[in-house]
Ligand binder design. Structure first.
Ligand code: NAD
Length: 291
């Protein structure tokens, strides 16, 4: 274990995030590296501030010595207007979830995207990526779709109950990845697209404790496919459980949640975190979560 006299003050800005697992994940990992690291949730609902105040909060944080912030719903797009520099993948996505303060300057990153990509590489190495179907194209879905294309997916079909959102996302991703096929899918086409896909991804809230069910009919799945979920409350969603029982390879939503924290921790401290240890701690924290 290394020790350093440097200390870190980090915040998470977003709505309804008081019980987020990200602060304890960072703090526990920092302790294992001998770092003085304090990570506080700054819940807009608790302090009674609108999302539009994110820039003001960043500047106030910088002035009192914060090193970095994670940014979550509903500020991931709003924060862009307050940054001095943005990493290319975050700029292309138009969303930032990590702001590192260097020499008083705000530098934005998107570790939702890099974190999902890291999970995909680690858990599903060599997964076929010719054809993937993703359901859900909101905040998480945008980061995941971008990560899938950056990871080499050739044809990506996007389905959303809000068809305009899927169409708009497909068009934007098609511009960023002009050598791939990115298209919105209709509900009618979905069963056949899923059956033909190498991988199926859920980026909707369906499967959460308070939103049970599966985003696609699990009868459409086959053992040769891989299935990824972004939902991590619970980590074993109905989709993940069904896919596992069919014999599919699975990437549960915990990998993205841990992956974003791993990449943010590295950006903030320059220290390489232990992914497996953070995942184990995350699962422990989940076990003690009220539903
Ligand atoms: P969001 O509201 O921005 O997007 C959800 C999208 O799913 C919307 O476009 C909605 O129209 C669509 N949708 C909902 N039900 C659908 C259905 N049955 N079929 C097709 N489309 C449907 O939400 P978000 O912020 O993207 O969050 C989505 C989920 O991802 C939540 O459960 C959240 O907890 C989870 N999440 C996980 C991580 C992680 O690190 N693992 C990170 C962010 C969000």
């Amino acid at each position: 274990m290394s020790t350093t006299s440097e200390s870190y003050l980090v915040g998470l800005i977003g709505e309804g995030i008081t019980r987020s697992l990200t602060p304890p994940m960072h703090e526990a990992e920092a302790r294992r590296h001998g770092l003085h690291y304090l990570y506080r949730p700054i819940d807009l609902e608790v302090i009674g501030r609108p999302a539009q105040d994110v820039g003001e909060l960043l500047r106030a944080g910088r002035d009192v010595g914060f090193n970095a912030f994670n940014i979550t719903h509903p500020c991931k797009q709003l924060v862009l207007g307050h940054l001095d520099d943005v990493a290319p993948e975050a700029a292309a996505l138009g969303a930032v979830n990590t702001v590192v303060i260097r020499d008083g300057r705000f530098v934005g990153h998107n570790t939702d995207q890099t974190g999902f990509a890291a999970g995909l590489r680690a858990v599903l190495p060599g997964a076929a990526k010719d054809r993937v179907v993703q359901v859900g194209t909101g905040g998480a879905g945008s980061a995941v779709a971008s990560a899938l294309l950056a990871a080499g997916v050739g044809t990506l079909h996007l389905f959303d109950v809000d068809p305009g959102r899927a169409t708009e996302r497909a068009a934007a991703l098609g511009r960023t990845f002009p050598d791939r096929t990115v298209a919105a899918a209709t509900a009618q086409a979905l069963p056949e697209l899923v059956a033909d896909a190498d991988g199926v991804v859920n980026a909707t809230p369906v499967g959460m404790h308070h939103h049970p069910g599966t985003p696609v009919d699990t009868e459409w799945l086959q053992a040769r496919q891989w299935v990824a979920d972004v939902v991590y409350l619970p980590v074993e969603t109905q989709l993940v459980a069904a896919a596992r029982s069919i014999g599919c390879q699975v990437l549960d939503g915990g990998h993205m949640a841990v992956g974003q924290a791993v990449d943010a921790f590295r950006l903030i401290t320059g220290v390489e975190p232990d992914r497996d240890r953070m995942r184990a701690h995350f699962l422990e924290l989940l076990g003690s979560q009220p539903r």
